[in-house]
Design a binder for this molecule. Structure first.
Ligand code: CUA
Length: 333
């Protein structure tokens, strides 16, 4: 049977319609912060202005084509005209107004979003782009974590974006615009989250092998839950003494101490993610694996196999070592 035109169009229509429904964590059309709401307002302003211009220009074109088309009765060229000051002024000044209408709010929002915070209860976060994960420090609250940034609802958050390696771009589509993390400088981005829950983030600047796997999450808590989270992150991990001792021995024996820190132990290196409360995170390996014992084993056994180019090498640990490390890390809540 020969495919009809309609049957060929069907898959296209389905793909387009599929984009309309459902929960799209990476969609920039869903705004859950003051910043993304304002960005979307400018976006729709630009969209409607361009839609109006499109209709005016195409309408004019169609009108001229129909009105002045050759009817076959012309004997000579039409009258040749040249120069029309009023028309030329109109089509110069009108676009200037339209472009200003777009440029002024766009540029002022860019400046506003990167201004330093002035609010007293604002939360400051240093976000550091690594290859390929994110470190989050709360300098005023004394907390360091990785790949999961908690923020309180309705509070101004100022993120200071930094990198000590290559350029990354920090992006949480529903909470903030993309902004680069450039070695040697500090960029700022400021927002207030307006919805509780977990929001997906992703590095948005090609930065090497596992750029596409450089994910993170922003967890928006109520202010009370945020205070609880901060308190739990500040405390050393709650692990039974016996488990802790055996686990830490495995940790030391495998050489993990060379790169990682665990509060309350002698491990204090800052090359890899801080693992003090790794068991409390929902994801591991920069947001690509759910945090459970099975995945931890998989990850410890062969990091570059999970995340190509991973700076954590395959240490050729025995299954026994892997199992005891995974069990220990799970207890670090
Ligand atoms: Cu970091 Cu791409």
């Amino acid at each position: 049977m020969k495919p009809t035109r309609a049957s060929l169009l069907l898959p296209l229509v389905m793909v387009v319609l599929a984009a309309c429904g459902g929960d799209h964590p990476m969609s920039t059309f869903i705004a859950h912060s003051d910043l993304t709401r304002e960005i979307n307002a400018i976006y729709s302003r630009i969209f409607w202005w361009t839609a109006l211009l499109f209709l005016l220009v195409q309408g004019g074109l169609i009108y001229v084509v129909l009105r002045f088309r050759a009817k076959g009765t012309e004997t000579a060229n039409p009258e040749q005209v040249h120069g029309n000051i009023r028309l030329e002024l109109t089509w110069t000044i009108l676009p200037i107004f339209i472009l200003m209408h777009i440029a002024i709010p766009t540029v002022s929002l860019i400046f506003k979003s990167q201004a330093q915070t002035t609010e007293e209860n604002a939360v400051l976060v240093n976000a550091l782009g690594k290859q390929w994960w994110f470190a989050f420090e709360y300098p005023e609250l004394g907390v360091t974590t990785a790949n999961e940034m908690h923020v309180p609802l309705g509070t101004e958050i100022e993120v200071r974006l930094q990198s000590d390696n290559v350029i990354h771009s920090f992006w949480v589509p529903q909470l903030m615009a993309k902004r680069d993390m450039v070695p040697g400088r500090v960029n700022h981005i400021k927002f207030k989250a307006e919805k509780l829950g977990e929001f997906y983030g992703q590095c948005a600047e090609y930065c090497g092998d596992s750029h596409a796997l450089m994910k993170f999450r922003v967890v928006v808590d109520t202010p009370e839950d945020f205070a609880k989270w901060i308190a739990s992150q500040k405390a050393p991990a709650e692990t039974e003494a016996a488990t802790a001792q055996a686990g830490f021995q495995a940790f030391q024996g495998a050489g993990c101490v060379a790169c990682h820190a665990i509060n309350g132990t002698t491990a204090a290196a800052v090359i890899g993610p801080d693992l003090t409360h790794v068991g409390s995170r929902t994801m591991i390996a920069s947001g690509i694996l759910e945090n459970n014992e099975e995945n931890l084993k998989k990850w410890i056994k062969d990091p570059p196999g999970v995340k190509p180019g991973s700076k954590m090498p395959n240490l050729n640990l025995s299954d026994e070592q892997v199992a005891s490390l995974a069990a220990y890390l799970q207890t670090l809540k």
